[in-house]
Design a protein around this ligand. Sequence first.
Ligand SMILES: O=C(CO)[C@H](O)COP(=O)(O)O
Length: 148
Amino acid sequence: MKIIIGADDAGVRYRDRLAEDLRADDRVDEVVVLGPQDGRAEDYPGVAAQAATMISDGEADRAILVCGTGLGMAIAANKIKGIRAATAHDSFSVERSVLSNDAQVLAMGERVIGLELARRLAKEWLGYTFDPTSRSAPKVEAIKKLED
Ligand SMILES: O=C(CO)[C@H](O)COP(=O)(O)O
C-alpha cells in the first residue's frame, strides 16, 4: 500500500510522527510526505488537492491529511473527482469512514486530538478495507453518481 501523509503548517508535528509510524508499518510499502518542508509554509487546500489528485490518478492508494481541525483538508480533498475524504477523531468514525464510505482519505486535526490518539487512529484506519459486496456498497455507488 502506498500512503500519502500530508499537512499544512498547523499539522506538521503530527504529520512527521505519523510518517515515522507509517514507515515502520509492515502494511505500508511506500510513504509519500506532502506539505511544508524546510520551514516553508503551505496552506491546506494545495496539499489536499495534491494528495487527492495522486489518489485519483492511481499514484497512491490512500492519504492521511492533518491540519488544525481536519476540516479544511477534507473539504478541499473532496473537491477532487473520485475522492471521499472524511474527518474522524474517534475509533468508530475511523472504521466507518472506510467500511461505510470507502473513504480513501482520513483527515485529522492537530488542534483537536492528542498525538497518541491520532497515532492509534491512523494505525486502526490502515487495517480497514472496504467490502464492495457489503450493504454499504450501493450507497457509495450513489455518491459516485452525484459526481456525474
Ligand atoms: O484547520 C485548518 C483548516 O480547516 C487550518 O489548519 C487552519 O486554517 P485557518 O484557521 O484558516 O488558519
